[in-house]
Design a protein around this ligand. Structure first.
Ligand code: ATP
Ligand code: MG
Length: 242
């Protein structure tokens, strides 16, 4: 089992969008037994996969012993399960700040080793207690960034954090997201760093209407192709993690 966290210091850059599409690509193109773990109380990824937050808010219980299996639900797609988010996660930061088990998420992931090949973790933005635990657990961080010099700065900040406090692990795969060729700043930013590119796309925006990964309703479009290519890059990066 390998785990990939969708993480960025900045908000609104496409973490949940990438989490849903990459999880779908892993399950569909890659045939991987895939779990999407939504760790953001906003529950955007849960919404996009057409899962309602459960009537009883229990997502926080994923950190208690023995309750994991009952929290996982099937999606409409073969091989793809989700551990949905709900409002109980608002209290997670406080729990983690009090908890001396720094490896909480790593231990939880270990429980999934037999059941899943790939786990995609959708994180809330920012360097937080949760981010710290995710860095200790994930095999790879995928960081979406909107093309701009500010994104380069956010990447340096994240690299510095990982070097200083996490011995440079896990490896970081930055991704240009919402890239718009018509904009000069976007073209210049994309040319300046050789990262995978997800274009700005009306189809991707439509995910919130269809409540589905883009490949489920526009399988032959440019956006679906871009996510399939990105998933191949993620798999290649995972191979390098050993
Ligand atoms: N490539 C894209 N093309 C067009 N719209 C996009 C693209 N990627 C993301 N969006 C849109 O941008 C908005 C923010 O995306 P998303 O919710 O995935 O970001 P996020 O980083 O998870 O945000 P948050 O920090 O709030 O969790 C959404 O409305 C989404 O539909
Ligand atoms: Mg999000």
């Amino acid at each position: 089992m390998k785990s990939v966290a969708l993480f960025a210091i900045k908000g609104g850059v496409g973490k949940s969008t990438l989490a849903v599409n990459l999880a779908h690509a892993a399950a569909t193109n890659g045939g991987r037994r895939t779990l999407l773990w939504d760790l953001d109380a906003q529950s955007a990824a849960t919404f996009l996969l057409q899962r309602e937050a459960p009537a009883r808010a229990r997502a926080r219980e994923a950190f208690a012993e023995d309750s994991l299996e009952s929290l996982i639900v099937h999606t409409n797609y073969p091989n793809l399960h989700i551990l949905p988010a709900d409002r109980s996660l608002r209290r997670l930061e406080g729990d983690l700040a009090r908890d001396d088990r720094a490896k909480a998420i790593r231990h939880r992931l270990r429980d999934f080793t037999e059941s899943y090949d790939r786990i995609l973790i959708d994180c809330p933005p920012g360097l937080s207690e949760l981010a710290d635990r995710v860095f200790r657990a994930a095999d790879l961080l995928v960081m979406p960034a909107v093309p701009s010099p500010l994104s380069g700065r956010a990447t340096v900040q994240l690299h510095t954090e990982l070097q200083r406090h996490h011995k440079g692990k896990p490896p970081l795969l930055p991704v240009w997201n919402m890239a718009d060729k018509r904009r000069r700043l976007h073209r210049e930013s994309v040319a300046a760093a050789d990262w995978p590119v997800i274009p700005y796309s009306a189809a991707i925006e439509q995910m919130a209407v269809h409540r589905a990964p883009v490949a489920a309703f526009q399988p032959r479009g440019a956006a679906a192709r871009a996510f399939a290519d990105l998933w191949a890059r993620v798999e290649a990066a995972l191979l390098r993690t050993g």
